[in-house]
Design a protein around this ligand. Structure first.
Ligand code: KIV
Ligand code: ZN
Length: 498
């Protein structure tokens, strides 16, 4: 059996069904292009008969994307299949995904039919789809709760009718990993023509088992896995692409491979989260903000000595620059020293002991210790007059129906320079002007605005992190005007480059 596991991404179909996560066609194309970069094999682009918007998205994604197969969903209904075939007419490689419910619940209560009639309709749908396209996938909806003997008959019949892939969805997320694995093994061993098609997993996460079930399906012979970015999807979601891809990549002993370029994982996750307005939970495996963050002193010390002491995945492999060390009352000296070094402070051991004592006292009172707190603790809060880049003037034009524009004047060791730039907002415009003034290629890595208390007249604190030639520089500023604070923080960071 081949060791290649095909990655079928359904972020734009099953994922997009989530209330509030709807995307317009332009956004869907952006996601599809990122999925192509990520290396997915199949993109399920929509359910064309469901709406003109879905139809149009399948058409446009088919035009915009070259490598992955573009798949369109249908019910086992002739009209759906005709519309899907039409939507796929520009796809370089197209697939129709048709199917029908096969569980006792679906046959009796949803379809009000009987098992023989369902097999007949399944076969007819696959045959009809094959008139339009060579690649036809069949889904046995609610296969997770379908009797295995009956499911084997359905699978055999649809393969004989021309299905190239047969999807075994655990639609309700009911199965346990051993059960789902046994289901796939049963089909592999009892469907005589199973070698003529690929079995696919499609697991939902209602009991938190989606990734475990998908892996169990793969270990028992499935060679396609249906997934979404960040695990988004109906109810508790679908199997996460990033979890399966990294489980396969990390477990070399499985001798399996996918075409996923793991370095694109974080970018894909952030894009989907932003466009779908669906935050990723901080402790989410692989892509959560804390997935590579260490807060206990013992772990921080261990990671600084050798990352593999507490990490099974190098964050760089998924596109995260480095593990982060979160300073709390449980952090040790090594972590404090490391963060101070990032901020540009190097202490002798005795000095470090003193700073560490002050750090522990503060950490007992305050949950998280910020970089600004550390600067104060280090007794070296920067004297503004010492900064090489001083902001002399900042003028911004912004608001509804204007092009955000900023004029920035800086003083660099006595010489004054002015630049005006436009951007997608006042801060972007001002940063663009600063970049033009300093004539250095810098990449903004992090930008965080916080209010110190809660009033609208409060001081805004801004932290920025920029990258220049592989090196990270940190900047901070506080001001009642957050745009000024942002530009001063940016200048603080880029001023350290020299
Ligand atoms: O969960 C499911 O059964 C599905 C099918 C339509 C493939 O999403
Ligand atoms: Zn589904």
């Amino acid at each position: 059996m081949s060791n290649k596991v095909y990655i079928f991404d359904t972020t734009l179909r099953d994922g997009e069904q989530v209330p509030g996560c709807q995307l317009n066609t332009i956004e869907k194309i952006e996601v599809a292009k990122q999925l192509e970069k990520l290396g997915v094999d199949i993109i399920e682009a929509g359910f064309p008969v469901s709406s003109p918007g879905d139809f149009n998205s399948v058409v446009e994604i088919s035009k915009a994307v070259s490598n992955p197969t573009i798949c369109a969903l249908t019910r086992a209904v002739k009209k759906d299949i005709e519309v899907a075939a039409d939507a796929l007419k520009f796809a370089k490689k197209g697939r129709i995904h048709t199917g029908i419910g096969t569980s006792f619940y679906h046959i009796n209560y949803k379809l009000k039919s009987n098992p023989e009639e369902i097999i007949k309709r399944a076969v007819e749908a696959v045959k009809y789809a094959r008139n339009f396209i060579d690649d036809v996938e069949f889904y046995a909806e609610d296969a997770g709760r379908t009797d295995n003997e009956y499911l084997a008959r359905v699978v055999e019949a649809v393969i004989a009718a021309g299905a190239t892939v047969v999807n075994i969805p655990d639609t309700t997320g009911y199965c346990l990993p051993h059960e789902y694995g046994e289901k796939i093994a049963f089909l592999m061993n009892n469907v005589p023509n199973v070698d003529k098609a690929i079995l696919s997993t499609h697991c939902h996460n209602d009991l938190g088992m989606a990734t475990a079930n998908s892996m169990s399906g793969i270990l028992n012979g499935a060679r396609q896995v249906e997934v979404t970015i960040n695990g988004i999807g109906e109810r508790a979601g679908n199997t996460s692409l990033e979890e399966v891809a990294m489980a396969i990549k990390s477990h070399k002993d499985l001798d399996l491979e996918t075409g996923i370029n793991s370095k694109e994982i974080i970018k894909s996750s952030r894009l989907v989260s932003t466009l779908m307005r669906m935050p990723v939970q901080p402790n989410k495996a692989i892509v959560g903000r804390n997935a590579f963050a260490h807060s206990s002193g013992i772990h921080q010390d261990g990671v600084l000595k050798n990352r593999e002491n507490y990490e099974i995945i190098d964050p760089a492999e998924v596109g995260v620059k480095e593990s982060s060390i979160v300073l709390t009352a449980r952090s040790g000296r090594a972590a404090l020293k490391h963060r101070l070094q990032v901020l540009g402070y190097d202490f002798e051991p005795t000095e470090l002991d003193e700073v560490y004592q002050r750090f522990l006292e503060l950490a007992d009172k305050k949950k998280d210790i910020t970089d600004e707190d550390l600067q104060i603790l280090a007794g070296r809060e920067q004297d503004k007059s010492n900064k090489p880049l001083q902001l002399e003037l900042l003028q911004v034009v912004c608001g509804k129906s204007t092009v955000p524009t900023a004029t920035v004047r800086i003083n660099f060791n006595g010489d004054v320079f002015t630049e005006t730039a436009a951007g997608n907002g006042p801060i972007d415009a001002a940063f663009t002007a600063v970049k033009a003034l300093i004539k250095r290629r810098v990449r903004l890595e992090e930008f965080l605005i916080q209010a110190i208390t809660r009033g609208s007249d409060d001081l805004g604190k801004v932290h920025v992190q920029v990258e220049h030639k592989g090196q990270t520089y940190y900047g901070f500023a506080a001001h009642t005007d957050i745009i000024t604070a942002s530009v001063e923080a940016f200048l603080d960071a880029v001023g350290k480059i020299a």
